[in-house]
Write a new protein. Structure first.
Length: 185
């Protein structure tokens, strides 16, 4: 039996959490990764939860609930490739949940990134997670690419918690990415 896939639902601006609440009220599983940030106004500072990936809500919808989720106020459209909604791998949602549930320094970036050195986390809350190691502003960060969103989530991590993967694994992953790219275009 195949599990029900996750999809990325594009939202109206600043409607991510509201849409997730409405979908959950309809008993449709929805997830918006959030991070706590310090916001400053002229008279005060306050910790607030803001979406990690703006204008997206992740939805686990079977075919019967697919259009019900899309017709919820705040939803705009699904992320599509080759004429159908593009599923988001379950492991990427699990990694997002782990990242946002921890005290790690997490950021989201859009646009292309140069490939980094393939690494695997060997200790800590992200143990077993595979990503790419880059250096940004003199700090080591691990990138996790989110399929079909042209986004990466980066997390500050000690290089002592990582092991470098052999180059052959990177080549295999690049070949799989090329196959996916051909399949969707």
């Amino acid at each position: 039996m195949n599990p029900v896939p996750w999809y990325a639902l594009y939202t109206k601006p600043r409607h991510e959490k509201k849409l997730a609440d409405l979908l959950n009220e309809k008993h449709i599983e929805a997830y918006v990764p959030v991070r706590r940030v310090l916001k400053q106004w002229s008279d005060r500072k306050k910790m607030v939860d803001e979406p990690l990936i703006r204008s997206y809500c992740f939805v686990r919808a079977n075919p019967g609930w697919y259009y019900e989720a899309l017709n919820t106020p705040g939803a705009v459209r699904y992320v599509w490739f080759s004429g159908q909604a593009a599923p988001i791998p379950d492991w990427q949602i699990k990694v997002l949940r782990t990242l946002t549930g921890s005290d790690l320094d997490v950021e989201c970036h859009t646009g292309p990134f140069q490939p980094g050195v393939m690494v695997k986390v060997i200790a800590g809350p992200l143990i077993g997670t595979v990503g790419e190691m880059i250096s940004k502003a003199g700090k080591n960060r691990m990138l996790i690419r989110i399929d079909h969103l042209d986004s990466v989530v980066s997390v500050a991590i000690s290089p002592f918690l990582l092991e470098k993967l052999p180059d052959r694994i990177k080549k295999i992953q690049e070949e799989e990415a090329k196959k996916k790219h051909k399949r969707f275009w």
